[in-house]
Ligand binder design. Structure first.
Ligand SMILES: [Zn+2]
Length: 78
């Protein structure tokens, strides 16, 4: 198992080698917007395409996105 410090180092390494246009912080800010766009079958704006691209390359943001979608579905089912 990795400890928290190793995970942080690993994430920084991944972030530094991934050719992303946006940072994780920017990505997470836009996760709700991306989810709404996708659920509403709306075309993605340029910035949301960057977010999508970032999620494809960034496992931690992909997990955040997944968690957010699950939460949305849970709300929708109530
Ligand atoms: Zn990220």
């Amino acid at each position: 198992m990795l400890n928290k410090e190793q995970i942080t180092t690993l994430l920084q390494f991944v972030a530094s080698v991934t050719p992303d246009k946006i940072s994780c912080d920017a990505c997470l800010d836009l996760v709700p917007e991306l989810a709404e766009s996708q659920l509403g079958n709306r075309p993605l704006t340029e910035v949301l395409e960057d977010v999508q691209n970032h999620i494809d390359n960034c496992p931690c943001c992909a997990k955040e996105y997944e968690t957010f979608l699950e939460a949305l579905h849970a709300i929708a089912e109530e």
